[in-house]
Design a protein around this ligand. Structure first.
Ligand code: SAH
Length: 208
C-alpha cells in the first residue's frame, strides 16, 4: 500500500475513534507526511498509531495522541502557538497548517537541528525552532494564543501560564514520570485557570 493510502486509512481510523473531530484538523493530517518525520528505519511503521523512537531516548508521539492534543487546542487561523518539546517536529508541522505562527522549543540540540531540516523540507515556513529549555517559555514571542507541552511535568511551569493570553488555552500531560493526565487549562479574564482533565497518557519527562 502506498503511503498516501496508508495515511488516509489511519485518518479514517482516527475519525472513527473520535480522535479527529474537525475538518480543519483532519485536513492538516492529510497534508503532513508522518513518514518524513520518523527515522528512516521506521518509515514502514509511520502510519501505525504508535509512538516511535527518534533517538536521544526520545520519541515521536502516536498520531492518535497528536490528533487528541491538536483538537483540544482548538487552533484558530490567526493564532500564535508555543510548543515545548519539538522532538521530531511532527506536532509542529501539523500545527503549522492550522495557525499563523508556531514557535517550538527543544532542549536537545541534535533533535532541534534535525526537526528544523525536516520542517523546512516539508515547507512549514511558519515554524521557528528554538534550542533550549522550554519550561521558561519563549518571552521574545510571548504572549501566545495556545501552548502545547509534549513532555511530562508534575505541574505546568509558571512562566508558561504567564505567557498565555487571556482566553488562551494550554494542553499538557500533567503528572508523574510513569503516567500523566492530559490536561487543558483555559486562562480566564481574572487571570485564573479553568482546568479540564482528559485521558491518561505516557510522555517522556520534561527535563531542565
Ligand atoms: N512533539 C514531539 C514529541 C516530543 S517528545 C513530536 O511531535 O515528535 C518530547 C520532547 O521534549 C523530546 O524531544 C525532549 O528532548 C523534549 N524536552 C524535554 N524537556 C524539554 C524542555 N525543558 N524544553 C524543551 N524540550 C524538552
Amino acid at each position: 500500500m502506498q503511503s498516501g493510502e496508508q495515511r488516509q486509512r489511519l485518518i479514517e481510523n482516527l475519525k472513527q475513534g473520535g480522535w479527529l473531530r474537525t475538518i480543519r484538523v483532519t485536513k492538516a493530517f492529510q497534508k503532513v507526511r508522518r513518514e518524513d518525520f520518523v527515522p528512516r528505519r521506521f518509515r514502514e511503521a509511520a502510519y501505525i498509531d504508535e509512538p516511535l523512537p527518534i533517538g536521544e531516548g526520545q520519541s515521536i508521539s502516536a498520531p492518535g495522541m497528536v490528533a487528541i492534543m491538536t483538537e483540544l487546542l482548538e487552533p484558530k487561523p490567526g493564532d500564535s502557538v508555543l510548543e515545548v518539546g519539538t522532538g521530531s517536529g511532527y506536532q509542529a508541522a501539523i500545527l503549522s497548517k492550522l495557525v499563523k505562527k508556531v514557535y517550538t522549543t527543544e532542549l536537545e540540540p541534535r533533535l532541534a537541528g534535525e526537526a528544523k531540516e525536516k520542517l523546512k523540507k516539508a515547507g512549514c515556513s511558519n515554524v521557528e525552532v528554538v534550542i533550549g529549555d522550554g519550561s521558561g517559555g519563549y518571552p521574545k514571542a510571548a504572549p501566545f494564543d495556545r501552548i502545547v507541552i509534549t513532555c511530562a511535568a508534575a505541574e505546568v511551569p509558571a512562566p508558561l501560564k504567564q505567557q498565555l493570553k487571556t482566553g488562551g488555552m494550554l494542553v499538557a500531560p500533567v503528572g508523574g514520570s510513569f503516567t500523566q493526565i492530559l490536561t487543558r487549562l483555559k486562562k480566564k479574564k481574572n487571570g485564573r485557570f479553568e482546568k479540564n482533565e482528559y485521558l491518561r497518557c505516557i510522555f517522556v519527562p520534561l527535563r531542565h
